[in-house]
Design a protein around this ligand. Structure first.
Ligand SMILES: NC(=O)c1ccc[n+]([C@@H]2O[C@H](COP(=O)([O-])OP(=O)(O)OC[C@H]3O[C@@H](n4cnc5c(N)ncnc54)[C@H](OP(=O)(O)O)[C@@H]3O)[C@@H](O)[C@H]2O)c1
Length: 226
């Protein structure tokens, strides 16, 4: 698969963070959104073709990644995608249940025995050598018919997706809390840029309050795809 001149899903990074930009505490506690924001998140899940998370989010939260906070049926659930280079997804985790379809993106570095066990439960795509090649994954998703994608974290995957120019919109719920701590997860961790001039640039779209939370939405300005 050539990463050049490919089409990719329209991708919305959605996250809940504290005023100081944390999306989880150092112990992994991440209950940040108020009830109204949870409804907004589940409405957005219902609108998109797929939801994507990094493997550490699965390991930390054992999320269902389904539409379940608003009235819905099983057919409303988008495809669930886990970026999991080494096929670490535990076989008994909820992401592998039959509530929705799941696609695991692994690499050639993954243990083939574990990959075969996972393949009996969900779809698996090999995408890259050591770390999941996100550009190729986006191309593959587009070819599968995924035209809209919700990126639900965590910090490391958010940074990779943003820095590789693969995010089109950022929607953030800012809760009136301060978590502090240098080991807490932020909206985007990863290696970070050396210079502000290289940072991902955003254009403000709108903001509104939902209960005690402030929702802020931005368009991501185009980056040159490498
Ligand atoms: N508040 C919120 O809205 C929210 C939302 C989601 C998550 N969270 C929190 O975020 C925390 C997890 O964040 P995290 O930063 O530790 O992990 P993460 O972003 O969920 O997962 C990162 C992992 O994905 C894998 N990966 C594979 N290819 C990658 C690539 N090209 N780029 C980036 N990652 C790649 C890597 O593990 P391998 O190399 O093993 O594949 C990497 O360590 C949890 O505590 C969770 O509760 C909060």
């Amino acid at each position: 698969m050539s990463p050049k001149n490919y089409e990719k899903p329209y991708t919305i990074l959605n996250s809940a963070m504290t005023l100081d930009g944390k999306i989880a505490t150092k112990t992994g506690s991440s209950e940040i959104s108020g009830q109204e924001d949870l409804v907004r998140v589940h409405e957005l899940r219902m609108e998109v073709d797929a939801i994507m998370v990094g493997i550490n989010t699965v390991l930390a939260d054992d999320p269902r990644l389904t539409v379940h906070k608003i009235p819905s049926s099983k057919s409303d659930n988008p495809l669930r995608i886990v970026v999991d280079s080494r096929a670490r997804t535990p076989l008994n985790f909820r992401i592998l249940n039959s509530d929705a379809k799941t696609l695991l993106a692994v690499t050639q570095a993954a243990d083939p025995v574990k990959v075969n066990k996972l393949k009996q439960l969900v779809d698996v795509v090999v995408c890259g050598e050591k770390h999941v090649d996100l550009k190729n994954l986006m191309k593959h998703l587009y070819e599968l018919g995924i035209k809209t994608l919700m990126l639900e974290g965590g910090s490391t995957l958010n940074y990779s997706m943003l820095s590789e120019g693969l995010v089109d919109e950022v929607r953030v719920c800012i809760a009136p809390m301060v978590a502090g701590g240098k080991y807490a997860k932020t909206l985007a961790d990863g290696d970070g840029f050396d210079e502000m001039k290289d940072s991902v640039k955003l254009e403000f779209k709108k903001s509104y309050t939902l209960g005690d939370d402030l929702i802020v939405e931005y368009k991501v300005l185009p980056r040159k795809l490498k």
